[in-house]
Write a protein that binds this ligand. Structure first.
Ligand code: ZN
Length: 241
């Protein structure tokens, strides 16, 4: 009986130590963000404003099929958005990038080839910036890491390199292909003045995103929202003035 009690105590003690170590390592983890946790200090994910403004952002393009469809809808609705492009996709579709710029959209940086580990972080950012500059004559100012993953070390290095890390505050979850109604709902249920909305125009076929877009825009307009680019949004931020 005595042996049993001691053993049980040891097990409980052992488990407690493991839990404490787990909690400590979780709290001190180097990783700042995950797709579900995007409100990390030192990153730009929303604007503090009373004005009813939102920024639509599209990741992973330009894509020869989906991007033109997204652009047609934005043009028809008179909305400008921000596109976080991949350098590799820019290299393959320079004319699409020219169209993006010509139609007044903002073009920003989403790495060169979407490596979630970002082993070549600054190299990829600089390569993509060069591709964007070659196609449009403008540089990128914001960087959005693939998947929203970022370490403190990476954040510091990106800042030193001259880019602002931009995440999002409303995830449409279109990357899960949950259906058009769900994508629209994910946006409308979570929107607020100053929100940055995450959508995709590349990576996989974005048929659901394309079908959702007009509904999202129409509903937000009806609620009194107007659409701005990420830079315009930042300029409206009352806490940065
Ligand atoms: Zn992405």
């Amino acid at each position: 009986m005595l042996i049993y009690v001691l053993t049980r105590r040891k097990i409980i003690l052992g488990l407690s130590v493991m839990i404490i170590i787990g909690v400590i390592s979780y709290l001190t983890a180097d990783s700042l963000t995950a797709p579900s946790l995007v409100r990390a200090p030192g990153t730009y994910y929303m604007a503090h404003t009373q004005e009813k403004v939102v920024a639509l952002t599209f990741d992973d393009g330009p894509d020869p099929i989906d991007t033109p469809e997204v652009l047609d809808i934005l043009k028809e609705k008179g909305v400008r958005a921000t596109f976080f492009v991949l350098g590799q996709a820019v290299q393959e579709n320079p004319n699409l990038l020219k169209r993006l710029a010509k139609e007044g959209h903002e073009i920003e940086n989403h790495s060169f080839n979407h490596d979630y580990q970002q082993h070549q972080l600054l190299t990829e950012i600089n390569q993509t910036d060069q591709e964007v500059y070659a196609a449009t004559g403008t540089h990128t100012h914001f960087y959005r890491p693939p998947g929203g993953f970022l370490t403190k070390w990476q954040l510091e290095n990106i800042k030193k390199n001259g880019h602002i890390v931009a995440l999002w505050s409303v995830d449409s979850k279109d990357w899960r292909n949950p259906g058009v109604n769900q994508i629209v709902k994910n946006v409308l249920d979570n929107v607020f003045p100053g929100a940055i909305i995450l959508l995709h125009d590349g990576g996989f076929h974005r048929t659901q995103t394309v079908k959702s877009l007009a509904k999202i825009i129409d509903s937000l307009k009806k609620q009194g929202y107007r659409f701005v680019t990420l830079s315009e949004m930042k300029a409206l931020d009352t806490e940065l003035k």
